[in-house]
Write a new protein. Structure first.
Length: 206
């Protein structure tokens, strides 16, 4: 029986990375029958990205519905939020019971700082890996991985790796044929091997 339509809740903040958000959103929404996407932020309205353009969040953290699938992007804004007790407390409580908790790039540092990766394996952007891996009490950080799936937690390497992780999430929910169809529609050469990661070596992690 086909999987029901799922809802993706994307957590925005000042200084988020554009492709961390819109690479996955592009794939999730190429077939609108598969996923809905909502953008949430501290306050509804415009949120400035690391690259400058603003994006409109449709609801605030306070008004956000209980999440189904959570996506936390990276970006320069993660540096301040990783030490923001109010944000981390909200994220820990709001995302705790989500079906899947996912991140792209240094978004994994926020999940780790909120305690949401304790007891899980995870990865992050290779240029910022040491910083990301300094967060979390009991995270098994994986230095060489395009993405890591560990139960209900999915984390990807830097920026473009989020699209490969997204294709893998789509495959896990709707099947490999559906994921391949979505990748073809985007003319994306998807890496389906989660261990493919030349950037770990380039950044001296292996």
């Amino acid at each position: 029986m086909p999987e029901a339509k799922r809802r993706i809740s994307v957590v925005l903040f000042e200084g988020f990375e554009l492709l961390d958000v819109f690479g996955p959103v592009e794939l999730f929404r190429l077939d609108p029958s598969l996923f809905d996407v909502e953008l949430i932020a501290p306050h509804a309205g415009p949120v400035r990205s690391s690259q400058g353009p603003e994006v409109i969040a449709t609801s605030s953290f306070a008004d956000a519905a209980h999440p189904d699938i959570v996506l936390v992007p990276g970006g320069q804004g993660t540096r301040a939020l990783a030490a923001d007790a109010g944000f981390l407390g909200w994220l820990a409580e709001w995302a705790a019971d989500a079906r899947l908790v996912t991140s792209v790039c240094t978004g994994s540092a926020l999940l780790a700082a909120a305690g949401l990766l304790d007891g899980f394996r995870a990865t992050s952007n290779k240029r910022a890996f040491a910083w990301a891996a300094s967060h979390g009490a009991s995270v098994e950080w994986v230095p060489q991985a395009r993405w890591v799936e560990d139960g209900t937690r999915w984390t990807s390497s830097g920026v473009a790796a989020g699209m490969d992780m997204t294709a893998a999430i789509i495959a896990s929910i709707h099947g490999a044929e559906v994921a391949a169809r979505v990748g073809d529609a985007a003319e994306l050469d998807v890496h389906t091997d989660a261990s493919w990661d030349p950037f770990a070596e380039k950044n001296g992690l292996v």
